[in-house]
Design a protein around this ligand. Structure first.
Ligand SMILES: [Zn+2]
Ligand SMILES: [Zn+2]
Length: 256
C-alpha cells in the first residue's frame, strides 16, 4: 500500500443538503495533498477528516458553479491563517482568472499579504498537469446551455466545464465533475480504476447499461440529493447487480 487515496469531502448536489458538503475532494499522494473543487462546506469537512491544510500544494477547480468553487476564498484564508509558507498552485478555468483576481481583494485576501505565493494558472480543455501525478482536463458540455445568456449579457466566458482524467502511480481515476449528459464522458471511462461520477445530469439507466460493458474497478456516484433520491439510486444499483458501484458519503476514502 502506497497510502495514495481520494477522500470525498463533499458529496452534495448543487442543491445543498443538510448532511453533506458540496463538491470537494482531497487527493493524497505521498505527503502531498491536492484539493479538487471547493464547494460550500468543504473547508470544515476537510478539517473534520483530520487533514493538514499545510500539506495542500495545489487546487484544481472544474468549473465555477458555486457548489464547486464558493469556498475557495475561505480555504485560502485557512492556508493564510495556518501560515503556509510554501507556494500554492491554483488551477482555474481560464475565464475565471481575472474575476477571481478582482474578487479576492474585495474579500481582503490580498495576494501580496499572503504568507505563501499564490500561483494562479488559467487552464482550458486539453490542459495537462504533469508533476506529482498526471491530470488532463477533458472538456464537457455542462455549461453550454448558458450560451445564449452569456452572449446576451456580453460576458467573456467559454462556458467550459472540465472533467479530470488522472493518473497516479499507474492508477487511473476519472472525475466527471458536472456534465451535460453521459455522452460527455462515455469514451473516457474504460480501463479506469476509479470513476467518480456525478449523478445529477446522468440517466442512471444509461450508466448501468454502459457499466456492464466496460472495465472499471470502482464507481463512486456523487453530487447527490435527498436521502430518498440516494435510496432510489442504491435500489437501482442493487437491482442491476453491479457490485463495483457505491454512492458517496462525506469522509469516504478511496484507496488508490
Ligand atoms: Zn455541481
Ligand atoms: Zn455545475
Amino acid at each position: 500500500m502506497n497510502g495514495n487515496k481520494i477522500i470525498i469531502l463533499g458529496s452534495s448536489s448543487g442543491l445543498p443538503q443538510a448532511g453533506r458538503a458540496c463538491s470537494g475532494y482531497a487527493l493524497k499522494t505521498g505527503d502531498s495533498l491536492s484539493l479538487i473543487d471547493c464547494g460550500g462546506g468543504v473547508t470544515s469537512s476537510f478539517l473534520r477528516r483530520g487533514l493538514n491544510p499545510l500539506a495542500v500544494e495545489r487546487i484544481f477547480i472544474s468549473h465555477t458553479h458555486p457548489d464547486h468553487v464558493i469556498e475557495l476564498p475561505l480555504f485560502l484564508q485557512l492556508l493564510h491563517l495556518e501560515k503556509r509558507r510554501e507556494p500554492v498552485k491554483l488551477y482555474l478555468p481560464a475565464d475565471f482568472v481575472e474575476p477571481m483576481r478582482r474578487f479576492l481583494p474585495a474579500l481582503y485576501i490580498i495576494e501580496d499579504k499572503l504568507p505563501f505565493e499564490l500561483d494562479i494558472v488559467g487552464y482550458e480543455e486539453g490542459f495537462e498537469y504533469n508533476d506529482v501525478f498526471k491530470l488532463k482536463a477533458v472538456g464537457n458540455k455542462h455549461l453550454k446551455a448558458y450560451k445564449e445568456l452569456i452572449e446576451i449579457n456580453q460576458l467573456s466566458n467559454k462556458m467550459q466545464c472540465c472533467s479530470f482524467d488522472i493518473e497516479i502511480d499507474g492508477k487511473r481515476v476519472f472525475y466527471s465533475a458536472d456534465i451535460a449528459t453521459y455522452d460527455d464522458i462515455r469514451p473516457h471511462l474504460d480501463g479506469r480504476d476509479v470513476v467518480i461520477l456525478e449523478s445529477t445530469h446522468v440517466a442512471l439507466e444509461e450508466f448501468i447499461e454502459h457499466a456492464r460493458s466496460i472495465s472499471v474497478g470502482r464507481y463512486v456516484i456523487t453530487h447527490l440529493g435527498t436521502d430518498e433520491e440516494v435510496g432510489e439510486i442504491n435500489r437501482m444499483i442493487s437491482k442491476a447487480g453491479l457490485d463495483n458501484v457505491t454512492t458517496a458519503v462525506d469522509g469516504m476514502e478511496i484507496p488508490l
